[in-house]
Design a protein around this ligand. Structure first.
Ligand SMILES: Cc1cc2nc3c(=O)[nH]c(=O)nc-3n(C[C@H](O)[C@H](O)[C@H](O)COP(=O)(O)OP(=O)(O)OC[C@H]3O[C@@H](n4cnc5c(N)ncnc54)[C@H](O)[C@@H]3O)c2cc1C
Length: 448
């Protein structure tokens, strides 16, 4: 095989799609699971259909948008985002930092006062460049927003102190705010819903997010499922699978998590193994509540910064696409970061209690079923060492004709759009085997 691709998530599928266009039949794609899609899979249970991890589609690249739209026979559903933050017993429109009018009076005073103070300090040149996410939050948003929302929410999601995180991920994901927006919202009470990277989004009309994975698959030669790569030999250019099967490659594209790739590869120098062992990430427990009643509110998702709630976000998939729930039913997904192992049942009870308290469920009998999906890898943490560790690992692998790509391969907080764009741009360069890290670099996320 000229090019072997490990993993049939969106990154592996897009890389195969790009190869199919330029060199049909020159590659093989191998996936450890029983279906394609990786994180982008959809389950069907008791007439409900839901993503194992809730997804929506948003595009920064026009080419990627066109490609994705072209994969489907029907137009995608287009929705204007309805995202909120649940804060001190009320729903504040997202982003928090531009909707300070919606806060209770004391929180509003702390946030506005802190924001203006930080703004003045910036104008007077009083701050140096921020060295980490925590400093950036304080400098740009001020003490109130930092203390009441940015710090607790991010601590809950990432499980690390914001001072331990870098700045190379924030540009698309954390909307900045201008003084004018803060003031105009306070005076005119006009909301700025359109801020952020996904003010509107798309979703497949049928079949959940898996429809996207399957739409890619249709264009490819066979995807070999239930093929878990257990050993890569850099000298011999071979991959061994769990069933003992062995294949050779000229080039290898891996989308498995970088620490796993390093652990399973023969011929990695000890210092690089040490680098890989320093990478950090979060795991995720996704609990999907299938309900026999419609949802009481039309929201798409709500963020929860407060400790009282074990989840950092609730998503309402049946509000994103009505086809996902049977008529008269509803779906709620609760996302919990770094759940303690063995405490799933207790968490399920806690989440159910919170949903009742918040009014999303009226009676326990409304719940038809709760489905738990656990993901050992969810968010690669952009700590202060990540960039140089990852660069060293990717440079070494690339020098041995191995390209590690995707959210966990390139170890980057990234979206479906990023995965597709990077694979489409990267494959021609891989074919030329150009020096320099091509897929693992942070070109699409320049530091702010
Ligand atoms: C909670 C959450 C919500 C998200 N929401 C959105 C969203 O709304 N919109 C958006 O654009 N993005 C979203 N994302 C990001 C998006 O899911 C990812 O960017 C994208 O799915 C990554 O695809 P991937 O192929 O790089 O990785 P993966 O989906 O992880 O695919 C890797 C594949 O490799 C396989 N594999 C691993 N090891 C081996 C092995 N040894 N041998 C063979 N195969 C192997 C795995 O089984 C898997 O199929 C979200 C992510 C999370 C965690």
């Amino acid at each position: 095989m000229q090019t072997v691709i490990l993993g049939a998530g969106i990154s592996g599928l897009s890389a195969a799609y790009a190869l199919e266009k330029v060199c049909p039949g020159s590659y093989g794609i191998y996936e450890q699971g029983g279906t394609v899609g990786g994180l982008c899979r959809t389950q069907q249970v008791d007439g409900f259909r839901f993503d194992t991890v809730s997804h929506v589609l948003h595009f920064r690249s026009q080419e990627t948008e066109q490609l994705v739209r072209g994969l489907f026979d029907e137009e995608l559903i287009r929705q204007e985002r309805s995202a909120w933050i649940y804060f001190q017993g009320r729903h504040v429109p997202y982003p928090f930092q531009t909707h300070l009018n919606a806060l209770p009076a004391s929180a509003q005073a702390a946030c506005v006062g802190g924001y203006v103070k930080a703004w003045i300090k910036r104008q007077l040149g009083g701050n140096g460049e921020p060295n980490n996410f925590g400093e950036w939050v304080d400098q740009y948003f001020g003490g109130g927003i930092a203390r009441l929302f940015m710090r607790p929410y991010n601590q809950k999601l990432w499980g690390v102190n914001p001072e331990q995180m870098s700045l190379d991920w924030i540009r698309p994901f954390v909307p900045r705010t201008e003084l004018g927006q803060v003031i105009s919202n306070l005076v005119s009470r006009q909301n700025h819903h359109q801020l952020g990277y996904n003010p509107w989004f798309f979703y497949p009309r049928q079949g959940g997010i898996q429809a996207l994975s399957e739409a890619f698959q249709k264009h490819l030669a066979e995807v070999r499922l239930e093929h878990e790569a257990v050993e890569i030999d850099l000298e011999r250019h071979t991959v061994r699978f769990q069933d003992g099967g062995l294949i050779g490659y000229e080039r290898l594209i891996s989308t498995m998590p970088l620490p796993t790739l390093i652990a399973r590869t023969r011929g990695i120098p000890e210092n690089l193994r040490q680098e890989a062992s320093g990478l950090r990430w979060t795991s995720l427990l996704n609990l999907t509540f299938c309900l026999r009643r419609p949802l009481p509110q039309p929201f798409h998702w709500v963020y929860f910064p407060e400790d009282e709630y074990p989840f950092f976000r609730l998503v309402f998939p049946s509000n994103i696409c009505a086809e996902l729930a049977p008529e008269g039913g509803g779906l709620i997904a609760a996302e919990i970061s770094n759940p303690e192992p063995g405490r799933e049942n207790e968490l399920e009870r806690r989440v159910a209690g919170c949903l009742e308290k918040l009014g999303w469920i009226s009676h326990p009998e409304d719940v038809v079923r709760v489905v738990l999906n656990h993901f050992p890898y969810a968010y690669p943490i952009h700590d202060l060492e990540r960039a140089h560790r990852v660069q060293r690992l990717l440079d070494f692998l690339e020098s041995r004709q191995v390209w590690s790509i995707g959210r966990f391969g390139a170890w980057r907080y990234s979206s479906i759009d990023d995965a597709i764009t990077e694979a489409l741009c990267g494959v021609p360069k891989i074919l030329e085997s150009a020096p320099g890290s091509i897929l693992g670099n942070d070109a699409t996320h320049p530091a702010p």
